[in-house]
Design a protein around this ligand. Sequence first.
Ligand SMILES: O=P(O)(O)OP(=O)(O)OP(=O)(O)OC[C@H]1O[C@@H](n2cnc3c(O)ncnc32)[C@H](O)[C@@H]1O
Ligand SMILES: [Mg+2]
Length: 175
Amino acid sequence: MRILIGTNNRAKTKAVITISTMYYPNAEFENKDVPSLVSNQPMSDEETRKGAINRAKHLMLENVDADFGVGLEGGVKEIDGTMYVCNWGALVTKEGKVFSATGAGVPLPYEIADQLKAGAELGPVMDVYTNKNDIRHSEGAIGIFTNGLVSRSAMFEHIMLLLIGQYELSKKLLD
Ligand SMILES: O=P(O)(O)OP(=O)(O)OP(=O)(O)OC[C@H]1O[C@@H](n2cnc3c(O)ncnc32)[C@H](O)[C@@H]1O
Ligand SMILES: [Mg+2]
């Protein structure tokens, strides 16, 4: 099993490797920095989902000797005046099948939402807010606003389960 990962982000990579090796113990992984073709800070479910799918598709365009490619994308969306982080994942197989899944979201404080609406990116805004570096590679905003209960990688692990589950079901249905 050979799996491509469409990012160099450590929280995302950890999630892909942790869940994939549970099901495919001998899996080999390769990270590739692929374009999401959406804004650096996606502002809706639609845009965030598209970023995840674009990343995964791009991986499989360039490399056909992998079983599948995974794209994970973080964004935000506003519902009834509250801004939530939103998260999406996509798995594209070597045959070109596309699976997608959405993950957990939590509300962001208004002071952070206002900065994003003014054009800032969540990653750097969170670093200033927490006075830490590169939060997006570790606990992420979701970890900070859940008091450490759900880290960014744990959230993406759940998305990976949703993706691999759909992928395995599709293989079973073909048998
Ligand atoms: O290298 P890539 O894969 O692009 O990883 P990223 O951390 O930039 O992640 P995304 O592009 O998927 O996320 C879009 C933006 O939102 C930020 N972001 C999303 N979720 C976050 C989180 O939980 N904590 C901190 N920043 C987050 C992220 O840093 C970007 O500025
Ligand atoms: Mg990014």
